[in-house]
Design a protein around this ligand. Structure first.
Ligand code: RFL
Ligand code: PHB
Length: 391
């Protein structure tokens, strides 16, 4: 089997890339380790930047997103037991974010690819990629117990943080930048209406808490917890009691309901440079990770894919490889700003073991600046609603 662009991974990055290439008349095959069901069920991101929404609509996959997505014009920071709303729309010059689950985007993109006759090989685990610095890289994968190969002109490594594409790049080429945080998030889904329209970011002495949503009837909530905690140690009662304590504010009533999912996720900041080598391009979590505090991971993946798809289009339509050659430079300029935003929010909002009273006061002063000084608020709102795309 042969194709023009072999794509490893059917997460948002790989699926959107395949869809954009199809619209530009470029062939691709997506190879995904997990089943379609698994990929469509996996609970992850929820907050979409305005530019992500516009990208999906322009690509013809925004119909359900426009119908079901929940538009948010502000967010709510909680500290000192008080709610402080930031008017993101006003401070960012009219831009908003939309709450629409990553699982829904993945479903929409898979339906579009399948509807257009696209090839997504599910339950096919890529083992290695040969010859990425030759003319015809070969992707080796396992399906139903036997080994197969896909020869391609280019490979897009969209296989997430734990994928294999990054490791196919020869040693010594990549420089890694990383910071691991000494805590985790316990994330839950609950069949309960969110207690407030806004997404809530709460700073509390017991640790950070976040209230988001998946629909008017389903809440998505997170609690900072120790890195080595196990989700089974968190009974429903313990979860609700911590959420009540950390999210408390005048006039706010957290709504309880059956908890349908619990999972713990560690947090890190991570970037590799460059994001390309030979005929391999890395996009999304395969190249960079942000702590989830800024809600940026999926949005960052979309930013990469815009540049990469435009690069392939310029190459296959007009025979110019200029944009492809500059892919990593262009993508990284935006990524480092996104990394800065996510790391600074993470540091401002969490409780770190051994924090002294001075550090806690500094965090509170940062929060006071963002929520009361319009200039600080504008910088925050511009980042939250999404930085501009170069391509
Ligand atoms: P994905 O989604 O991880 O997809 C990679 C795909 O590659 C497959 N794969 C392989 N396939 C074949 N062979 C192999 N050897 C393979 N190895 C891996 C995997 O099965 C998978 O299907 O990466 P992608 O496409 O780059 O997308 C990135 C986003 O998923 C991620 O950044 C976000 O979910 C991060 N994130 C958030 N981002 C936001 O923009 N807004 C948010 O509100 C937000 N909240 C979150 C988040 C991530 C979270 N977790 C669980 C890490 C909240 C949480 C709790
Ligand atoms: C979510 O809705 O899952 C979500 C919202 C905001 C974040 C992270 C995750 O910062």
């Amino acid at each position: 089997v042969r194709t023009q662009v072999g794509i490893v991974g059917a997460g948002p990055a790989g699926l959107l890339l395949s869809h954009l290439l199809y619209r530009a008349g470029i062939e691709s095959v997506v190879i995904e380790a997990r089943s379609r069901d698994h990929v469509e069920q996996r609970q992850r991101a929820g907050v979409l930047e305005q530019g992500t929404v516009e990208t999906l609509i322009a690509a013809g996959v925004g119909e359900r997103l426009q119908r079901e997505g929940m538009v948010h014009e502000g967010i709510d920071f909680r500290f000192d037991g008080t709610a402080h709303r930031i008017d993101v729309k006003w401070l960012s010059g009219g831009r908003v974010v939309t709450v629409y689950a990553q699982t829904e985007i993945v479903r929409d993109l898979i339906a579009a690819r399948v509807g257009d006759g696209g090839v997504i090989l599910f339950a096919s685990e890529v083992i290695c990629i040969d010859d990425i610095d030759g003319d015809t890289p070969v992707i080796r994968f396992r399906h139903d117990g036997s080994e197969h190969t896909l020869a391609c002109e280019y490979v897009a490594g969209c296989d997430g943080f734990r994928g294999v594409c990054r490791d196919a790049i020869p040693e010594g080429v990549l420089t890694t930048y990383r910071r691991d945080y000494p805590f985790a998030w316990l994330g839950i889904l609950a069949e309960a209406p969110p207690g407030s329209h806004e997404v809530i970011y709460a700073y509390h002495d017991n640790g950070f808490a976040l209230q988001s949503m998946r629909s008017p009837r389903v809440s998505r909530l997170y609690l900072q917890c120790p890195l080595d905690d196990d989700a089974v140690d968190w009974s429903d009662d313990r979860i609700w009691s911590e959420l009540h304590a950390r999210l408390a504010a005048d006039g706010f009533a957290l709504r309880e309901g059956p908890i349908t999912q619990k999972a713990i996720t560690g947090m890190r900041s991570f970037v590799v440079e460059p994001m390309q080598y030979g005929r391999m391009f890395l996009a999304g979590d395969a190249a960079h990770i942000v702590p989830p505090t800024g809600a940026k991971g999926l949005n960052a993946a979309v930013g990469d894919v815009r540049v990469l798809a435009a690069g392939f289009e310029e190459f296959y339509r007009r025979g110019k490889s200029d944009l492809l050659a500059r892919y990593s430079d262009i993508a990284l300029r935006r990524i480092w700003k996104v990394e800065r935003f996510a790391a600074s929010l993470c540091t401002m909002l969490h409780r770190f073991d051994g924090d002294d009273a001075f550090t806690r006061r500094m965090q509170l002063a940062d929060l006071a600046m963002i929520t009361s000084d319009p200039l600080a608020g504008m910088i925050y709102a511009n980042n939250y609603a999404g930085l501009p795309f170069e391509v």
